[in-house]
Design a protein around this ligand. Structure first.
Ligand SMILES: Cc1ncc(COP(=O)(O)O)c(C=O)c1O
Length: 394
């Protein structure tokens, strides 16, 4: 059967390849410990689940939802932005619900990109930014991030002719995979740059609440005039351990929000209303759950950093995100080879940085979303490996 070029061109989804590797090791009898995927191990808090259970009993919630989301959900998003970011959003025009932020990220290019148009994405970066563009026949141009710049893009280095052809620039701070953060000054610079070149900023704020050591992540919409050019994606997934429930939101520029709503209304029928009800409970609820989850991730982060340093990796504890991003030891050049050797010797899976783009070469990413005992067992093995001991019997 002949499939469309857009399907033939799809790279294997990053985590699909990791899953295959894990399956092969498990088949060989190895107890694999995967620091690969960023999916919180902690359950959704009970008070949020209770509201889902209550909402499931209400017959109106058994019917089709509206694509844009319940008015009550959009109002809760607006309240959250007001409380959390001091940003006033019009829930009617500046908020749309998403079936997880990945869905909206994948669909945004349908609103803006015609064949041949350029979309800018940072490298390393979350792979989904590139795919939506490819589906529209657009061209992704990667803007390299460097450690010495704190993993922020040098916007002024983007050639003016490329910038002028670009329709979208994807930004993501707190960043996956580097754990880097951006301050308001960077967003101000980005907004000014985007206005000069008439480019839409799509800011992915999926990790806004996963922060440490007192750091508070800003929304790009806190910047004056950002709403003229920016749409921001956020999600309940990482903030409230709700990856399985699939709910997120896009907020910001009303024209973009409306275009996304129109595209989506032709493709999907929105988020189940009972899930929207639980999201309202989460957004309006207390912040203790977030604080206690972050305490757990912070403890894991510190242990991971300690052991990676024993292995000779160069690493700083991130201020945010679910990831530790570490530079390979001196003399190591291939992150895939290094990760492959770790799996073989220890059964511990880390993600090669190159999977997130060429500029990620030379680094690995470790996710903090494993149960504490698995984290400790993985770190015990890595420590033993660092001491030159044999770790696996097989
Ligand atoms: C940077 C980034 N954005 C968006 C997402 C998508 O999250 P969700 O679709 O669960 O909201 C992820 C998931 O890992 C991510 O890492």
């Amino acid at each position: 059967m002949k499939l469309a070029r857009r399907v033939e061109q799809l790279p294997p989804y990053l985590f699909a390849r990791i899953s295959e590797l894990i399956a092969a090791k498990r088949a060989a009898g190895v107890d694999v410990i995967s620091f690969g995927i960023g999916d919180p191990d902690l359950p959704t808090p009970d008070y949020i689940l209770d509201s889902l259970k209550r909402a499931a009993e209400v017959p109106v919630n058994h019917r089709y939802p509206e694509t844009e989301g319940l008015p009550e959900f959009r109002q809760a998003v607006a309240r959250w932005y007001e409380r959390r970011h001091h940003v006033a959003l019009d829930p009617e025009r500046e908020v749309v619900s998403l079936i997880g932020s990945k869905e909206g990220i994948g669909h945004l290019p349908l609103c803006l990109v015609d064949p041949g148009d350029v979309v800018l994405m940072t490298d390393p970066g979350y792979p989904v930014y590139e795919i939506g563009t490819m589906f529209c026949g657009g061209e992704s141009v990667k803007v390299p991030l460097r450690e010495e710049d704190g993993w922020l893009p040098r916007l002024d280095d983007i050639p003016a002719d490329v910038a002028d052809r670009a329709r979208i620039i994807w930004l993501n701070y707190p960043n996956n995979p580097t754990g880097a953060v951006a301050d308001r000054a960077f967003f101000e610079e980005a907004v000014a740059w985007a206005k000069t070149h008439d480019v839409v900023i799509a800011h992915d704020l999926a990790y806004s609440e996963v922060t440490y050591d007192g750091y508070v992540a800003p929304s790009i919409l806190e910047v004056d005039g950002a709403r003229d050019v920016a749409i921001e994606f956020n999600s309940l997934s990482k903030s409230f351990n709700m990856t399985g429930w699939r709910i997120g939101m896009a907020v910001g520029n009303a024209t973009l929000v409306d275009a996304l709503r129109r595209v989506k209304s032709n493709l999907d029928s929105g988020v189940p209303q009972a899930v929207q009800q639980m999201a309202i409970t989460a957004l309006d609820g207390p912040s203790e759950a977030i604080t206690s989850h972050n305490d757990i991730y912070r403890r894991r982060r510190d242990r991971v950093v300690e052991v990676l340093r024993q292995l000779g990796l160069r690493v700083e504890p991130p201020k945010a995100s679910l990831y530790v991003w570490a530079r390979l030891p001196e003399g190591e050049h291939s992150s895939a080879d290094y990760a492959g050797r770790l799996i073989d010797a220890t059964g511990v899976v880390v993600t090669p940085g190159v999977s997130y783009g060429p500029a990620g070469e030379g680094y690995i990413r470790i996710s903090l979303t494993l149960a504490d005992d698995r984290v400790e067992e993985g770190l015990r093995r890595l420590s033993a490996f660092a001491r030159g001991e044999q770790v696996l019997d097989t």
